[in-house]
Design a protein around this ligand. Structure first.
Ligand code: PLP
Length: 408
């Protein structure tokens, strides 16, 4: 008899974004003429920039000729891309990361989800609340948690991110082995300073723990004091893996490319206490289960690092950051408390005592604006909504003027 992985049955029944889609569809059926503006799901709306498209086309053209055609590529990514990443994303910041510590992939969702395979079943996992759901769900699927009760999985150490701690998790009050952190944060938009991250790096060193640091929104950082990489923190090479994505940076949500940095200094331990190279383990895992990112996509990604490519993607991100500023201004005008929207495309709005789904319904019904209810990201999100800056400026302005009219 073929048996199921019953850990899947522990997963919360429905997915946040399908719940939202159902409510929006019902609303649209009842109000066929309403022009709904979607500031919910965090997907980019602008096309790839010309320099990136040129890189893409060049890659496709090479595939058309016998002399330049590429078959299977290196699973870890082509050297031309890994080298430019190491140089421009890390060495330029003074962070000690080399090309062979970079693993190019088809995005941060897969990597943040797959990475937990390398750890023992009984490691203690610390996860922020609210959180990007993939970290939690993949640990549930792997059997590292108990049942879901009262909005939480048993066995997980939740790190509450609330107003009182500036939405930055505090060190746990019990020993943990694996720590997920994400800055600039999805969903709260909060950012961490070097001092904030140093506390976690020191904790990990002292406890032989490991930090999985998701920097998918790094490109939105404009404040020069904020760290762009965890490797700007002393000691992090020994205890942190970093995930990056071109999805929001370069508009690659449909194109698919990202990478993971696994420093050679990062160690993981057997039950007997013997140190093993995490880099070697991830290398082995990827070699067995992953066949690399397509050549044209890697060429398009490489184009994001040219002078023109950099200027064009900066312009795109500035556009979304301007949208975020419009949202923040509207929240100020309406007197709502919020965090994010400054070095981040997300604004996390305090519903002033409202339940997040009630707040969601209010915005949909009164202003035809779709946001994301905070409860979908964890129990600490129950009185918040997330508003995303990924839309056209016209739509964001229209949405904010409708909100002001409906709520003032
Ligand atoms: N990590 C965070 C925090 C995200 O918000 C997202 C996407 O929304 C991802 C990872 C996934 O990125 P990718 O598109 O590279 O899979």
């Amino acid at each position: 008899m073929i048996r199921a992985n019953e850990n899947y049955l522990k997963l919360k029944a429905s997915y946040l974004f399908s719940d939202i889609a159902n409510r929006v569809n019902t609303f649209q059926k009842e109000h066929p003429d309403a022009q709904v503006i979607r500031l919910g799901i965090g997907d980019v709306t602008k096309p790839l920039t010309p320099e990136l498209i040129k890189g893409f086309h060049d890659g496709v053209e090479e595939m058309a000729h016998e002399e330049t055609f590429k078959g299977y590529g290196p699973e870890q990514g082509y050297a031309f891309l890994r080298e430019v990443i190491a140089k421009q994303d890390y060495q330029a910041l003074g962070a000690d990361v080399s090309a062979d510590e970079i693993f190019v992939s088809d995005g941060a969702k897969c990597d943040t989800g797959n990475f937990q395979e390398l750890f023992a079943q009984d490691v203690v996992v610390a996860i922020p609340d609210p959180v990007y759901p993939a970290y939690l769900d993949t640990n549930v699927m792997a059997g590292r948690t108990g049942a879901y009760e009262d909005g939480r999985y048993k066995g997980v150490v939740y790190l509450d991110c609330v107003k009182e701690n500036r939405f930055l998790p505090k060190l746990p009050d019990r020993d943990v082995d694996l720590i997920y952190l994400c800055f600039p944060n999805n969903p709260t938009g909060s950012t961490a300073t070097k001092a904030d991250l140093k506390v976690w790096v020191d904790y990990a060193i002292e406890n032989k723990a490991l930090i999985l640091f998701d920097a998918a929104y790094e490109a939105f950082i404009r404040d020069s004091d904020l760290p762009r990489s965890i490797y700007e923190i002393e000691g992090a090479r020994k205890v942190a893996v970093e995930f990056r994505s071109y999805s929001k940076t370069a508009g690659f949500t449909g194109t698919r490319c990202g990478f993971t940095v696994v420093p050679k200094a990062c160690m993981i331990y057997t039950q007997a206490g013997e140190a093993i190279s995490l880099h070697d383990m991830w290398h082995r895992r990827q070699g067995t289960k992953f066949n690399g990112v397509s050549y044209p996509v890697q060429k398009a990604t490489f184009a994001a690092y040219t002078e023109q490519g950099q200027a064009q993607i900066k312009q795109r991100i500035d556009y979304y950051l301007n949208n975020a500023a419009v949202i923040c201004q509207a929240m100020d005008d309406l007197g709502f408390e919020y965090v994010g929207g400054k070095n981040s495309p997300y604004v996390w709005v305090d519903g002033d005592g409202r339940d997040s789904w009630d707040f969601f319904d209010l915005l949909l019904n009164k202003a035809q604006v779709v946001c994301t209810p905070g409860a979908g990201f964890g129990r600490c999100g129950q009185q918040y909504i997330r508003i995303s800056a990924f839309n056209s400026l016209e739509n964001v302005e229209l949405a904010m003027s409708r909100l002001k009219e409906a709520l003032q």
